[in-house]
Design a protein around this ligand. Sequence first.
Ligand code: ADP
Length: 595
Amino acid sequence: MSADSTPEQKLKSGEKSKLTESYSGVAHELADYAEETKAFVLGNSTKLNTVAEEEWPVLPPGITREVFTEAIDELASLLGEDNVEINENPTLEDGWYLEHPNTHDSFHLMDGDYFVSSAAVYPGSVEDVQTVVKWANKWKIPLYSISLGRNFGYGGAAPRLRGSMVVDLGRRMNRILSLNDKDYTCLVEPGVTYFRLYEEIQKNDYGMWIDPPDIGGGSLVGNALERGVGYTPYGDHWGFHCGLEVVLANGEIYRTGMGAMSNSNAWQVFPYGFGPHLDGLFSQSNFGIVTKMGFNLFPDPKGYSSHAITFDREEDFGAIIEVIREIRVRNISGNVGQLNSAKGELTFRHTRELLGVKGKFMTKEEVEQAAKTKLKHGPYAWIFFLSLYGPDEVRAHSWKTIQEMMSGITGVHFYTEDDYKDGEPDNFHIHHDSSRGIPQFIGVRQSCWYPNGAHSDFTPISPITAKDAGQLLDLVYRMQEKHQLDSFPNFVVGVRELHMIDFIMYDKKDPEMRKRAQEMLRDLIQEGKKLGYGEYRTHLALQDQVMSTYDFNDNIHRRFCELLKDAIDPNGILSPGKSGIWPKNLRGKGWEFTA
Ligand code: ADP
């Protein structure tokens, strides 16, 4: 099969899967299902990337080809030739979730060859990471550190600054360093995926649960650093980390919290240590490379049930939100809940084509129609998933209380596991499993809404009130009309805050649609800011814009980060531009993308 065949052609030719050949972090028991999903995703990919005429590899700014070659030769002699790989592949194959490239953003929001690396390096130890950092300072070559590099919908493994060298930590640094079933903690290297940790716990029959995000192939480290969420009571991933080991820009190793004391045995049980608590400096930032991270794990609660509540009427949205706040803030339901729109639910098992959508985006009428036949217990406008933990009597009492609290809403229906026993697997089962710590996979299919499907998300944070959630929903509906593009608003319910996650879908091989997706996201960020809503996470292409919306006191947040950046990374070698933080040598030189 030639290098220029499309993924679909390759699939038909029966080209052998690499899934079990290279480290991808996938759980072995999921291998068959992964193959099936791979067929589905690659079957949806009909076109190759177009790459502008250009000399490869793309180099970092200010580095000549001679210098680059000399520098790479030196790095290869330091770390071994097999551990340094130049990005000479101008075809930029997108692969799929489990066989994702570390050369570019496989869900490109900009041209496929914009966010590209010059090379990748695979350190095998903390000492290797120190060597890479010292090397980068010497040659002034910018690095971009990733753990697994899946970063689904937010830029994949691509560096923010074109031509940076990707430091792919996950490939070789993927050990579980400790798993303690007395204090329910773990310490992991960057390449440990949710699948991997889950398998290890099962193998040892430890009575503890992990907290996976929507898809389990990412790393604990990457997801927590980006402040991702899951659906057990430990759903705030950053909030439940405990202790970091970081290689600083000068090559020194720093440990946070109790790890700052060389012989402490409390690193994973007490996050603060003594003096300033600096962990936050290393989340969504470019101030260090995280080489180890500790987490608290959820002791098996010895009793679990999950529930779905559906709501018939769109117009009850505000009333639903007001009750959900009381349920969450008073801890009546035990976990991070999910309030999903009917439209969002439809994406899990359907594509536009399967639903027969004709126009540019799925209208409200089309959603209502599809919800009648395609959604179990449908039609409904909204569905809320929640889980309860602990002894039977406690859960029974909580469920009764929740039903009473919701009873004032017209068209509300309550479901338990028994109501989902028969028939096809449903999203209920996904929720049921992820809220008891079993990593899932089906979310990979969601992005296949369009052919060559990709998504990126609008992710504003708000209080859990009818007014706030209503304003955000109106904004999203307005933007769908304006940009004629499908988006799928869901709400993740923390304790006191809502994360609205509005999936914006596009065909990444259709430049016109991609442009519309980008314009829609930019509009959402700007209009959201006018209403006072800031995003918690965003795609590489949008990070400067989101950073600019955090504008208190003339953007002191960004300016303070820049002060720190210049002091601790004077050569600007660590992930320049990440989260809109540019080092002084690149700041204001045209690399920023503002609104
Ligand atoms: P995942 O493991 O979920 O695929 P990534 O590895 O893509 O996540 O990480 C998401 C983002 O977090 C990266 O683009 C990078 O900016 C940051 N990041 C990930 N791992 C590290 C790390 N070990 N040190 C510093 N930053 C990291």
